[in-house]
Every structure is written in C-alpha cells, then in structure tokens.
Design a protein around this ligand. Structure first.
Ligand code: M6R
Length: 624
C-alpha cells in the first residue's frame, strides 16, 4: 500500500522524510521517491526498489553533482519535502512511475495514495488541452489538474487550486502537494485514504500513518474525508473541500512505531481481517456498474476471445484455490460456461486437455507462486488464453499472463491470507458479471448484486464487532486438537478455507468437508473430541446442512454453527452459534469466512504462537 510522508519546519527535511519512508516500508511498496524544495530549486529523486536504494541514489546524485561543481554545498538541503512509497496499481513499478509526479512545467509536485477512477477521461481531456504526461499512473492527472487551475485562474491560491482540481476527481485520494511558486507550504487532502498531520515545535509532518510521525512528534491531527490542510512553518489551517475553515483537536498518539504499523492491532493478520470492509470497496471501485454488469479494463483487449471460450479452467494454490472453487460456481451460475478448478501443483505435471479455445485463469495473491507460474507456462504452451487475478502489480504472474484483473487489496503481510481471499472472491464475481453479457439467460439479478455489494461492508463490520465473543469461543475450544469444518454449495470452499486457516497458524489438525460427504467416511471420526464447525447460513441448501448437523449430534459430536441472524432453530441444535447477517447466497462466503478467520486467529494468539509468521511457511512460495 502506498505511503505518504511530508515535512515542513526548521530542520533539513530530506533525512526526516527518508526516515519516515522507512517506517512506512512495512506497508509494502515497490518504488520510492522524494521532492525537496532545495535552495536552488526542486530536488527530485525517484527509484524503483527499496527506500535504501532511493537513499543511496539521493546521496550518489548529490555527491556526483557536488564533485562536478567542486562544491559540497550542492548536497540537497531544504526545510520542505514530500516523499512517497508506491505500491503499483496503474503502471509498472518503474523509476518514472514512482511518485512524486509533476505538471508540465515541473513546478507542482504531488504524491498520491488511492485510485483515481476517472483518470483516463481526465487524462484525455488534459492531453487535448496540450498537457504532456510522463508516467503511466492515474496519480499524475492531479498535478496537471492543479496546473490547469492555476493557469485558468491567475491569482488563485495553491489551496484553492488543489480544492478545485480534486473536485474533478472520482475515486480515493490521500494527496500532498508542493509548488515551487508557493515554496513555504504543503497542501494535503484526503478522501478514502488516511492522512495524519503531526504537530511538532515549529515543525510539521504529514503521513499516511502514525508510524511515520511518532519519530518526530506524538501530537497529531487526524484528517477526515473531504478535508484539506495547508501547512507552513508558521502553522496549519484545515478546511473542508467546500473551502469552509474547520477547527480540529490535536490528539496524542499513544503508540510506539511497531504498534502504529499494526494500526494498534496485536498482529498484522488481525489488522488485515479488520481491513476487509475497506478491501472489498477497493476491489470493486470503478468496476461494478450500477446496471449490474462489470467494467474490467484489464480484460477489454481479450474480451472477444474470453467470451467465446469453450471452457474455463481456474488454477491456483492454497487459499487462492479455494477462491477459485467459488469462481467456478459463480461462472457456471451466472455465465453458463463450464469451468474446471485445479491445483497448480497437479496441473503442471499431468497432461491436461487444453487448446486455443480455452481460457485459463490463474489466481495468486503474490503473483510469485512457483507452481502457479509453471502451470501458466504450461497453459500458454497449449495455446490457451491466460488471465491472472493477482494482488501484486508487476509480479511474474501479472507480467506473463495475457491479461488480467488486479485485486487492489493492498499488501498482505500476515502469512495467512485473509483480505486477499476476500478480494479474490470480489474479483471473481466481477468477472462473472463481465461474462454475463454473453449469456442473457442467467437468472442472477445484477441489480440485486449491486445492492448487496454496497451493503456488505457494514454487514462485515457487524461481524467484526463479535470479535470478543469469537475469542471466548476460541478459549472454550482451545484444548481440542482436531476439528472438522463442514459446508455445502457456496459454503463448502469456505469450510476448506476455515480449516486451512486453523491448520496453518494454530497447528491444529483441521479438515474441511462437503457436509454431504460426511456419511461417506469422515463421520467415523466424529465423537466428543472433534468439534465440528458447521456453516449453516440460510441459503438454498440450509435444510440439508441442518440434517448433516443432526448426523453429527447423533454421534455425540460438538457443533459450532455459523448461522444467519434470523435463524431461530439453530440455537437448539448446535452447542455454540456465531450469528452473521444474511446476504445473497452467492455473496455470503464473504461474510461467513470472517468468523472462521477470527476463530483461527484467536486460537493461535491464545496459544502464544507466531501468528504472522507460522512455522515452516512462507508468504510467497517461490519454490516447488
Ligand atoms: O500468493 P498465492 O495466492 O499464489 O499463494 C498461494 C498459497 O501459497 C497461499 O494462499 C497459502 O495457502 C496461504 N498462506 C493461505 O493462508
């Protein structure tokens, strides 16, 4: 996830903003950059790679310049700077695409977090007016919009120019702007991307999270959406984006750097579980249309071929594979195209039937999973159209597939995948709605889908509020070492995912089953020592699942049910129940998986295990 850092005050800004960027490194990024208002103009440095490389580059270019000029005074110094770590969403992770970005005359410099949904149309309009763009990013339009505003209205202030420019933008932003002509101030604003102003003694820092601020000051003002701050060595002024001045309280940040990086949560995994309402919004933003179809820019070039595929294969590993299972259900239900789902590690070593009239979709959070990459190369050899659903922009899988869709989940740091899974489900549903155009016969009402997608984030928040209840359940079942997870239809992949979470971070033996399969063997395992977590939401197969739960109870099994809030029967059947809001059947996995993530999390945390880095596992499995 991108990070913003800014400084204005009495000290040399460069080491302070670079140190701030280092504190933001944990968020994940692929390039970094800085713009410093130096004595002799703007000093700009941008580098793909780590902050340490940017630092070396800054020192190197300064020393090179200094030795050429035979003067060390050229080492950049100045009291005002903005800096950025970029996590690519639009355009590859390159030096040029790194922030800050500037206008045509290189007088205005901006750093931006978030996504400008209407960047394409804004860019085309600005190009028609003669603006020249240097990068592939959506962010650069902001610099040109501000430039246009300053050209159009001669005496306008930088604050007003930024406000007017942001008025043209659809999407999300945390943005910080400096201008050569208005050299004493940083103007920053937010909508949907966090921004905090640190208030020191005659100096101010701006950052996207508290971890980059606490090294300078613990006094902070939290900006809210649609607020703008103008900050100079003399103080700061806050306005809303309708230019009305606002009074804001200065608060004390209680966290140290490490807890600030985790947003106050004890582990990254928990932070990422709690980020999921926002993750879903980010994955859908600008893609889900009000008419119930989906607009996916990354698939436009291959649309014809994709829509005419005879068969789709979804290929992935681990959690991504379970998301793929849901994709099969979505595509067959909504688009009526036959779909097979396969584990990449199996696909790559057999002799699959696949040809040019096939589409192979590869799902990977990291985009670097060796098995998935090799499977992609196999599918390419056979002439299939290859698509990627990838979270990390510019990763191997993203580069090697013919086309694809990014998750926009932001970096996932905990080894256990949580928010990436949720975003994969969201993207798969978008692709199903994209395919739906082909087949008008689907009974799925796209408008209901749009309505429910909008309602899901607040339903997720409701489940997250049950965190302490789920922790108590984890405590109650802490001494059990074997668990079964059961579900049917859309809840079957969720059962598999719930079991995987418990295995990988709590080291409990946990197996996921299709509930209807119990009687074909696993029922023999059931007794009072093997709790069964049953996904029993009110859907088209609810009664069947209840029968499966009764089968477990009849054998002395203990049942924890994940059930719909309106379910009045379940309390009498199950030993424990976690209630969740109701949803459309197809979208309910996005809700029912959350209690399972929290159950696994609390079990591992209560056992004192290393939740974010479980033994024997790696976040990105780049070996076979
Ligand atoms: O990066 P990928 O999505 O390709 O990773 C695939 C699996 O290694 C991954 O989902 C793994 O199963 C997770 N640790 C599960 O939480």
């Amino acid at each position: 996830m991108c990070g913003i850092m800014g400084y204005v005050g009495k000290r040399n800004a460069l080491p302070i903003v670079i140190d701030g960027l280092k504190k933001l490194e944990y968020r994940g990024y692929d390039s970094a950059g800085v713009a410093l208002l130096a004595e002799n103009g703007i000093f700009l440095a941008k580098k793909a790679g780590r902050v340490a490389e940017l630092e070396q580059h800054v020192q190197g270019s300064a020393f090179a310049k200094a030795s050429a000029d035979k003067s060390v005074s050229d080492i950049p110094k100045g009291n005002l700077a903005i800096a950025h770590t970029r996590w690519a969403t639009h355009g590859k992770p390159t030096d040029i695409n790194a922030h800050p970005h500037s206008d045509c005359k290189k007088e205005i410099f901006i750093v931006h977090n978030g996504i400008i949904e209407n960047h394409q149309e804004l860019k085309e309009a600005l190009q028609r007016e003669g603006h020249i763009f240097s990068s592939e990013t959506d962010s650069e339009v902001i610099a040109h919009l501000i430039e246009r505003q300053l050209i159009m209205e001669n005496k306008i202030s930088l604050e007003d120019a930024v406000t007017e420019a942001l008025g043209h933008v659809t999407g999300t932003f945390g943005v910080a702007v400096i201008s050569k002509k208005d050299g004493q101030k940083i103007v920053a604003a937010r909508r949907g991307s966090p921004l905090i102003l640190g208030v020191g003694d005659g100096e101010y820092v701006l950052a996207s999270d508290a971890s980059a601020i606490v090294g300078v000051t613990k006094q902070a003002v939290y900006l809210h959406d649609n607020e703008l701050v103008s900050v100079s060595p003399d103080g700061f002024h806050i306005f809303n984006l309708s230019k009305k001045p606002l009074e804001k309280n200065i608060q004390t940040i209680e966290w140290d750097t490490e807890s600030a990086q985790k947003g106050g949560f004890s582990h990254f995994m928990k932070k990422e579980i709690f980020e999921q309402p926002e993750t879903l919004k980010n994955s859908l933003r600008g893609r889900l249309m009000e008419d119930g179809f989906a607009k996916l820019g990354g698939l436009e070039d291959v649309k014809e071929r994709f829509l005419s595929s005879k068969q789709i294969s979804i290929i992935a590993c681990g959690t991504s594979y379970y998301a793929g299972m849901l994709g099969k259900y979505f595509f067959e239900e909504i688009a009526g195209i036959p779909v097979s789902v396969e584990r990449a590690s199996e696909f790559r070593y057999r002799n699959p039937v696949m040809g040019p009239d096939y589409t192979a979709i590869f799902i990977s959070q990291s985009g670097e999973t060796a098995d998935t990459i090799h499977a992609l190369r196999e599918a390419k050899k056979r002439g299939a159209l290859t698509l990627g659903i990838v979270n990390v922009v510019g990763s191997t899988l993203a580069r090697e597939s013919d086309a694809g869709v990014y998750n926009h989940a932001g970096p996932e740091i905990g080894v256990a995948s949580t928010k990436a899974f949720l975003s994969q489900i969201g993207v798969l549903m978008l692709i199903a709605l994209f395919l739906k155009k082909k087949n008008g016969a689907s009974s799925t009402n796209g408008l209901d889908m749009v309505h429910e997608f909008k309602a899901l984030p607040s339903k997720m928040e409701k489940i997250l509020k049950r965190d302490s209840e789920i922790k108590s359940l984890a405590q109650k079942y802490l001494s059990y070492s074997n668990f079964a997870f059961i579900g049917r239809k859309y809840q079957f992949p969720v059962a598999l995912e719930g079991a995987l979470k418990l295995k990988e971070i709590a080291y409990r033996y946990a197996e996921g089953y299709a509930a209807g399969e119990l009687k074909h063997g696993p029922l023999a395992l059931i007794d009072g020592n093997m709790p069964v977590i049953a996904l029993a939401v009110k859907d088209s197969i609810y009664e069947k699942v209840i029968s499966n739960i009764e089968e477990v109870k009849a054998r002395g099994g203990k049942v924890i049910a994940i059930a719909s809030e309106s379910d009045k029967r379940i309390g009498a059947i199950a030993d424990d129940v976690i209630f969740i809001p109701e949803s459309l059947e197809m979208l309910s996995p996005m809700l029912s998986v959350i209690p399972l993530q929290l159950f696994a999390y609390h079990t591992a945390a209560l056992l004192g295990l290393d939740v974010d880095k479980p033994r024997n596992l790696a976040k990105s499995v780049t070996v076979e």
